[in-house]
Design a protein around this ligand. Sequence first.
Ligand code: GNR
Ligand code: NI
Length: 172
Amino acid sequence: MSIRPILIHPDPRLKKICAPVEGVDPSLRKLADDMMETMYDAPGIGLAAPQIGVLQRLFVMDFSGKDTPPDPMALFNPEVIWASEEKNTYEEGCLSIPDMYEEVTRPAEVKVRYLDLDGKTQEMQLDGLGATCAQHEIDHLNGKLFIDYLSRIKRSMITNKMKKLKKERALL
Ligand code: GNR
Ligand code: NI
């Protein structure tokens, strides 16, 4: 297993539509394993492949709290097949936009269809933080970030902060 560097916004790879995987093979399982380790190390509750520069449709998540056993999940070719009318607002963050948190409103419950680590089709109904996290990750696979839901002014303030952060990091 290895920890991979996480791309920071703005990066053209975070704006791309990712390609579906053609079944789940050992190299994709290894990739999911690396993503899981990278997510736990960060730490975060989700990580999408484009965040480590891999433009394929998969993400990992574990939104179990610190007082509950770990619940790692890897989802390939995930699709929202149903979303509730009811909405939920969460303060979202993103490992590609460090230390910035803003409220985003999304469907409160979703049903997601995906391939599991065995390449088997599964469906999962999510609510609460899980529903928010899955939608945030699927957005990544479509080149979308949570700041795309904010006003232009907020988005450009955050983007400018991230440009500065990247410059500072490049000098270290
Ligand atoms: O770690 C993360 N926390 C989080 C909190 C609220 C809504 C979404 C998230 S996902 C984020 C990790 C990440 O950037 N995934 O792409
Ligand atoms: Ni994110």
